[in-house]
Structures are given as C-alpha cells and as structure tokens.
Ligand binder design. Structure first.
Ligand SMILES: Nc1nc2c(ncn2[C@@H]2O[C@H](COP(=O)(O)OP(=O)(O)OP(=O)(O)O)[C@@H](O)[C@H]2O)c(=O)[nH]1
Length: 382
C-alpha cells in the first residue's frame, strides 16, 4: 500500500489576512494532503456493488457515468437512463402513489365528483407534497373532468403533466467557472452531505474532472474517515485536518491543494448544523470568507443537502439555510428512502433555489442531475 502524505504548516499569514478580525485560522495545525493508496484501507461506506473496483490514482480516475453537465445536455439515450434511474430510486413513493390512485378506480372508470376529488387529494398529500400542490393537482383534475367518467390513465396523464409544470426550472448546471471551482456542501446533521459529496465527486471524475475533497467536518471523526474512503475509491486527493481543527483552515488548505495540483473542482464538506446555531452559521461565513480570499467569487456553489425522508421538515431546513448560508442549489438526498418523495414539489415551489442533484441510494452511482420532465414521468409511472 502506497501512502503519499505531505504534512505542512498552515499558511498563517494568508489565513489570518483572510479573516483579520478573527482568531487565526488554525495556527500550527498540520493538514494532511493525501494521495489514496492503491487499495482501500477499509470497506467503502454503503457501496458494496463497486467496492471491488481498484482504486485509481488521481491521474487515473475511475470511469463513472457518461459526461453530462445537466440533464438537459444529456443525449437521448441518457434520458432513458435517467428516467429508469428516477423510476427505480422513487420506487417507494411511486408504489404508494400508484397503489393509492389505482385504488380509486373500478374497471368501468370513475365519476369525477366531490367525493372522488376529496379522495384523490388525500392520496396525493400522503407523499408529503403539501396542501398547496395537492390542491392544485386536484383542482386541475376538477377543471378538466368534473361530471365525467374517467379512466385511471386520464388521471395519471393529467397529474403527470401538471407535476412536470410545477417542477420545471431553468437549466441549473453546476456553476464551475474556474480551475479550481469551489463547492461548499452544507446541511443539518445526517442529511447526507458526506455521502452526496462522494457520489458527486465520482460523477465529476466520470466527466474527466480532477477533484480535491476537503474534510471540513472536523467535528465528527467518522465523517473524515468516511470521506477519505470515498476519495480512495474515486481516486481523488483529500485534505484532512486534525479532529476539532478549524474547518476554515481545512477549507483554505483544500483550495490551496486544488490550485497546486491544477484540480478542476474542490469540494468541501462541513459539519451538520441547524440554521439557528448562530456560532456554527458564523463558522460557515468564515469558511466562505477564507475561500473567497483565496479565489475571487468562491465558493462558486453552496449546495444544501436536504434529506427527503424528513418530508415537510426538509422545508423548514431549506428556508433557514438558503439565506443564512447563501445557498445556490439543493441536493435532495435519500429520495429512495421513503414514500415522501412528493416533498420535492414544495421545495421547488417555495424556494428560489434550483434542485441540482437528487440522491437515489447509498451506492456511488446513486446520484443524478435533476430533470423535471423525467422526474415527473417516473414519479407516476407504474
Ligand atoms: N438510501 C439513501 N441513503 C443515503 C443517501 N445519502 C446518504 N444516505 C445515508 O444517510 C446516512 C447519513 O449520511 P451522511 O452522508 O453521513 O450524512 P451527513 O450529512 O454527512 O452527516 P453528518 O456529518 O453527521 O452531518 C448514511 O447512512 C448514508 O449512507 C441516499 O441518497 N439514499
């Protein structure tokens, strides 16, 4: 096992000048810039399917998905692939919805009256889409079909079309303007930040990008370990700090490392926090400031990872974070984990933030760029 490890002192002057009014960014701390060993030191987290793949060096990225910056850019073949992936990832929500809506119908169809509309509303709302979107879908059905006998396919077709409209957003590719571009990943505890970073890195490496990870969650030792294992599997460099080290220092070193090796993207993990924890939100500010002193306009993306299994709670998380942390986009993780995938509707509706990626499982490939058309079709497919 080959381990390349360089220990160097944090550049105090630079870090201090980045945040002059604050305590210096982790003075004497050693930040380790690691190149992964040829074999993983421990089993990869929750990704047995690919665990046997040899770990490549940073110069030999593991091939992942076909390159695509956005779903909209994807060639038609990939579109089918995206639909299939959404369909499989949304299985729980889909099954609940389909079973529920199908139950409303008898062979000879069903009259659209108040009773039917009330039942339809109740079924829709069970996916955690919230009252607003469920009312809108119900009212659309009422407008089109009230007083008529309809078949299941009529209802599914109309709801899919309407959902597509509700989810539609402007193309939202990752904003990666520079070399390196910096992505900061934030969210509450356990929302799926570290796992999403692993999957996103693999996605970017698959596009031929050189990625450096920054283990900025210095609070939880397991998070550093987890991210290190992802880096080994993907074949990208990682910068780690000592437990309890200043996350801003790790962020600074990560960007430094990315510049040094000519990386395209630096992705920085952060500890889970609530938007009400003002000291921790200030810590995020400090990370942003330190990074922006190093590269103008960085971080270029601040991705908020939301846990889809949290249903409506994910909404309050999004509202608190989106302003406080200057978020630029959402990664909706764990969509596969519950039947509450409808939560994406109020997330799209209430926040100006685009959904950039969705997490569809724990394996390294289980992330996909969000595409409203494919997503709505998959959600109501049988
Ligand atoms: N099913 C499923 N599980 C996921 C997904 N993303 C993350 N997880 C799981 O969710 C759990 C928490 O994920 P982490 O990535 O550790 O979350 P975190 O936000 O980094 O956690 P903290 O550092 O404690 O804040 C882990 O068990 C992951 O395997 C997903 O898309 N689908």
């Amino acid at each position: 096992m080959v381990f390349w490890r360089s220990k160097k002192k944090v550049d105090d002057s630079a870090a201090e000048s980045a945040s002059p009014s604050e305590a210096p960014v982790q003075g004497e701390a050693e930040i380790q810039a690691e190149v992964p060993p040829e074999q993983p030191a421990a089993p990869a987290p929750a990704a047995p399917a690919s665990a046997a793949q040899p770990v490549a060096s940073a110069a030999q990225p593991v091939a992942a998905e076909a390159p695509s910056s956005t779903a909209a850019d994807d060639p038609p073949a990939k579109k089918g692939g995206l639909f299939a992936r959404f369909k499989s990832g949304l299985q729980k929500t889909r099954q609940a919805l389909n079973t529920d809506i199908r139950d409303l119908f008898k062979d000879e169809g069903r009259l659209v009256d108040d009773e039917f509309l009330g039942e339809l509303f109740a079924k829709l709302i069970r996916t955690d889409m919230g009252a607003g979107p469920a009312e809108e879908l119900r009212d659309d059905i009422a407008k089109r079909y009230r007083g008529r006998k309809v078949q299941l396919s009529d209802i599914i077709g109309s709801i899919t079309e309407q959902t597509r409209e509700m989810l539609r957003q402007d193309a939202a590719p990752l904003n990666l303007p520079g070399t390196p571009s910096v992505i900061l990943v934030v969210g509450v505890n356990g929302s799926g930040k570290t796992t999403s970073i692993g999957k996103l890195s693999n996605h970017l490496v698959g596009q031929g990008k050189k990625v450096v990870l920054g283990a900025g969650d210095t609070f939880r030792a397991a998070a550093v370990e987890q991210l290190t294992i992802w880096s080994q599997r993907i074949g990208c460099d990682i910068v780690t700090g000592k437990p309890g080290a200043d996350p801003a220092s790790v962020a600074y070193q990560t960007v430094d490392k990315a510049i040094e090796i000519g990386a395209d993207v630096a992705i920085i993990d952060t500890a889970g926090r609530l938007q009400t924890q003002s000291n921790l939100m200030q810590e995020l500010d400090k990370i942003r400031r330190v990074v922006s002193k190093k590269i103008e306009n960085a971080p270029h993306e601040v991705l908020l990872v939301l846990d889809a299994t949290a249903g409506q709670n994910a909404l309050s998380q999004a509202s608190g974070f989106s302003d406080a942390a200057g978020c630029t986009g959402i990664v909706l993780a764990k969509l596969d984990g519950s039947a509450r995938g409808g939560v994406i509707l109020p997330i799209r509706r209430q926040f100006q933030l685009p959904v950039k990626f969705v997490g569809l499982g724990e394996s390294i490939e289980d992330i996909a760029p969000f595409d409203a058309d494919q997503f709505a079709s998959a959600l109501f497919s049988d």
